[in-house]
Design a binder for this molecule. Structure first.
Ligand code: KG4
Ligand code: ZN
Length: 340
């Protein structure tokens, strides 16, 4: 075992201000302040998000350190989300992390948000850790990817969305039904008491890629048509509508994931990102064990949505490999897996 590394992780890519402290890949504290302000606007308002990050970052970092039992002088490095994400949000975490690392004279580690979602699987919390290589279905509000993970710092995207992310599709479908933001968890809740009686065709997309914009449009047209005949349609049928849109979104995710399993022969399957909190998706992933002979890995709820524990874990592996940040580099709103 390598020497002990204590890392402070900071996440501010979207609308959660989060900080965590880890010792190697065990998490000592994991704090997040979510921003309710966006609810009334039906989506994340970038300017409000960055202002809220500014208000939250000091108390959130303070609390993460306090709960961990460590102090600033114990830290071996500061890992933070360098991208991708909303520029105004990223800038808050970036400036804070850079200033702190410089004043403490310790390594600064620039973490890729989507890689960190995948690496949440390597957090040592007692649950089984997938062996390499494994496939990870990463599903969030900004991304939808099937990733082949060969080692902590060696992963390639096998397929991804060509337009909207699946979380965005959940949120937009919810918005069409008059539900507040973020609607994904509400669709999940409503669907529990509904049946998928309305059929929406799975989009036909080449290879292992996804596309959700067409599905979103067919859901909208369907609602508009039904509402012309009965303006109470959505309210009366909200459970079945939620179950129907959820079913096709998850069918589509599973269709490509199964294809990736067949094409790569890899049977260790993980799921990551905010949408992995969806109860139906979790169930369907679990079913791959019986149906496809896979072993599946679903992270604890707190490590599914945006969190700083995953930033600590990515930071830990990067620190071991000497993959450190350059203080002069600005954050990246868009950041490919391979680019720097
Ligand atoms: O990873 P995440 O917290 O933030 C991003 O990096 O985007 O993912 C947020 C997304 C939102 O679209 C939210 O609606 C969705 O995850 N989400 C869910 C559920 N919980 C969160 N979607 C469906 N069912 C859920 N239970
Ligand atoms: Zn995320």
């Amino acid at each position: 075992m390598s020497e002990r590394k204590i890392i402070l992780g900071i996440e501010s890519s979207c609308d959660d201000t989060a900080a965590a402290v880890s010792i190697n890949n065990k998490i000592c504290s994991n704090i997040a302040a979510t921003q309710d302000i966006h609810r009334e606007y039906g989506g994340v308002v970038p300017e409000l998000a960055s202002r809220a990050h500014q208000a939250h970052i000091v108390p959130v970092v303070h609390q993460a350190l306090e709960r961990s039992g460590y102090t600033l002088s114990d830290l071996d490095g500061i890992a933070y989300t360098h991208g991708p994400g909303l520029m105004g949000s990223l800038l808050v975490g970036t400036s804070f992390a850079k200033a702190m690392a410089q004043s403490l004279d310790i390594p600064l580690i620039q973490v890729h948000h989507m890689k960190a979602h995948v690496l949440a699987h390597l957090i040592d919390d007692g649950s089984p850790i997938p062996p390499f290589p494994f496939l990870c279905l990463t599903v969030s509000g900004g991304h939808t990817q099937i990733v082949q993970v060969n080692a902590p710092l060696d992963m390639t995207i096998l397929g991804q969305t060509l337009d909207d992310a699946v979380g965005e599709a959940f949120d937009k479908a919810a918005k069409m039904m008059g539900l507040p933001y973020p609607g994904g968890p509400l669709i999940d809740q409503l669907a529990k008491d509904g049946e998928p009686v309305y059929e929406f065709p799975i989009p036909k997309i080449e290879g292992l890629d996804y596309s959700f914009s067409g599905l979103k449009t067919s859901f909208l047209y369907f609602l508009q048509k039904e509402m012309r005949n009965d303006d109470g349609f959505i309210e009366t049928h909200k459970h079945d509508l939620a179950a129907s849109i959820q079913q096709v979104l998850i069918d589509f995710l599973l269709q490509k994931l199964k294809r990736a399993i067949r094409e790569t022969g890899i049977k260790h399957i993980a799921v990551a990102g905010g949408v992995s909190a969806n109860s139906s998706l979790r169930e369907r992933i679990k079913q791959l064990e019986k149906k496809e002979g896979c072993t599946t890995y679903i992270p604890a709820f707190e490590y599914c949505t945006d969190n700083a524990a995953m930033i600590c874990t990515a930071g830990y592996y990067q620190l071991l490999e000497g993959d450190l940040g350059d203080i002069a580099k600005p954050p990246l709103a868009r950041w490919s897996f391979t680019g720097s």
